[in-house]
Design a protein around this ligand. Structure first.
Ligand code: FES
Length: 118
């Protein structure tokens, strides 16, 4: 885990599918919950600088075989509030172009307190 953790918010303030935007070191950071784990992402989109983390936390259409598509990866992605690009919350990779990455940070938890490591 990188660097010293900086207090971000309470875990109880981050419900599944309802990210919280905080400011740490004067940077806007989105805090997300996925299956009981917490993740942090810079709220600046690598595409055109939009407010990435203010879009919906969501899943996406995945290959279901036989030319079918089904909804999957529920709550693992955030869809940018500006142009709708989808980013993997855990890795920051854009689904459309994995070379395009949003900045992510490690998160640790102590009791109900979340810390972002920068
Ligand atoms: S600014 Fe995020 S998709 Fe364009």
């Amino acid at each position: 885990m990188n660097g010293q953790g900086i207090h971000a918010c309470k875990a109880s303030e981050v419900a599944p599918g309802q990210q919280k935007i905080v400011r740490i070191n004067n940077m806007p950071i989105g805090i997300f919950e996925i299956d009981g784990d917490y993740h942090a992402m810079l709220n600046i989109c690598p595409h055109r600088g939009g407010q990435l983390c203010e879009g919906p936390q969501c899943g996406t259409g995945i290959d279901a075989g036989d030319f079918g598509i089904e909804y999957g990866r529920r709550n693992e992605l955030v869809r940018c509030a500006w142009h709708g690009w989808e980013f993997d919350i855990r890795t920051g990779e854009a689904l459309a172009d994995p070379k395009m990455k949003a900045k992510t940070f490690d998160v640790s938890i102590d009791g109900d307190d979340l810390y972002v490591h920068m």
